[in-house]
Design a protein around this ligand. Sequence first.
Ligand code: URA
Length: 195
Amino acid sequence: AEAADSLDALEAAVRGYTECPLRQGAQNTVVFDGVKSARVLVIGEAPGRDEDLAGKPFVGRSGQLLDRMFAEIGLSRTKNLLITNVIYWRPPGNRNPDPAELAHCLPFVERTLALMQPQAVFLIGGVAASALLPAKDGVLKMRGRAFTLETRGLTKPVNAMVMLHPAYLLRRPQDKRLAWADLIAAETWLKSLGV
Ligand code: URA
């Protein structure tokens, strides 16, 4: 990860990394989708079945909801967003990744942040939030709040906001109103950051 001097080189490094045990059960390595020169980075959890087949993050049902959510605040992977995950290979049966699996992937995620130096980061769901933030509250407490991320290689702390995961919202549509409130907060927050 450290040797990669561009996001393209980093993507190739992830594809060439064979030590993560999740890799054996996966069809594809899922790294980035979107605009590599974007100022805003979205970090989700792990590929699911659709992403594993397509080789791209957030392309299944929850990805479609994610796209609709961000479209509400003028953000899209075709224009101004880069999308990635804290895990690059599908965990069997979509179980949560374990700490060792996260540890395999984390240096690449940190290098993504270091190379991109984004103006704002959205952490999607509790797994991504707890992998990157020191705060250990549950996602329902952290959602819609601004944090700063300080990972290795960042020239300055990065502004981050935690969002509810669209897969959770598909299971609990009654909580979509929370996500809506968070998006409105996110829009103001992005403006305050000059994004
Ligand atoms: N859920 C995630 O967190 N990431 C994906 O890429 C797809 C579903």
